[in-house]
Design a protein around this ligand. Structure first.
Ligand code: E4P
Length: 220
């Protein structure tokens, strides 16, 4: 399973990259705003800076909502760097735009997916990635992981090559359960990725090993 980090924070992207486990980055307009990245030139500069840190795919989301505008915006984003994936919302014009980008060989990530039907439409339009938001479904008392299972089944039934990018993952169990179900990619904040490292028995076991080693060395 690929690990993407869900942030526009350059320091966190670098930290995940330096751990050696980063396969790509997802951003969205809210994450860019959180880092104070505003204005066309700054946004462009920021996407390029992200592409310099990682070798993987970097999702850059369009702001427009009509097909012609999405195409113009997405083509400009795709020209920035070969790693850019144009992130397009799951609306009717978004599906049309994905179909167009696919025909031009431009990678896409269909975002804001909350149902299996939406995922099926994105796959039929040829999206590179489809992003079901599992955390936001959990937030409204709907099991996000069941959606990942349903999409996995549907894509496998018909051999769709669209990758399931489990998005809105908030904690380590989201990541582990997505891996069990067979999501192709999970995107999560650094805190959730780093939490996978932790186990109290690892910490106590290491402390014991080091203490025993020091005791044996002192007795020589
Ligand atoms: C997906 O690409 C989105 O950027 C993201 O995963 C949304 O996560 P949130 O629901 O925690 O905002």
């Amino acid at each position: 399973m690929k690990f993407f980090i869900d942030t526009a924070n350059l320091a966190q992207i670098k930290e995940a990259h330096d751990m050696g486990v980063l396969d790509g980055v997802t951003t969205n307009p809210s994450l860019m705003a959180k880092e104070g990245i505003t204005g066309h030139d700054n946004v462009i500069k920021h996407y390029k800076a992200i592409c310099e840190i990682t070798d993987g795919d970097v999702s850059a989301e369009v702001i427009s909502t009509t097909v012609d505008e999405m195409i113009a915006e997405g083509e400009a984003l795709a020209k920035l760097h070969p790693q850019i994936v144009v992130k397009v919302p799951m609306i009717k014009d978004g599906v049309k735009a994905i179909k167009y980008f696919t025909s031009k060989g431009i990678k896409t990530n269909c975002t804001l997916v909350f149902s299996a039907g939406q995922a099926l439409l994105a796959a039929k339009a040829g999206a590179t990635y489809v992003s079901p938001f599992i955390g936001r479904l959990d937030d409204v008392s709907t099991d996000g992981l069941t959606l990942i299972e349903d999409i996995r089944l549907i894509f496998d039934n018909y051999g769709y090559t669209t990758q399931i990018l489990a998005a809105s993952a908030r904690h380590p169990m989201h990541i582990i359960n997505c891996a069990k179900i067979g999501a192709d990619v999970v995107t999560a904040p650094l805190s959730a990725i780093a939490a996978l490292l932790k186990h109290p028995l690892t910490d106590s076991g290491l402390a014991q090993f080091l203490a025993d080693h020091a005791k044996a060395a002192a007795s020589v």
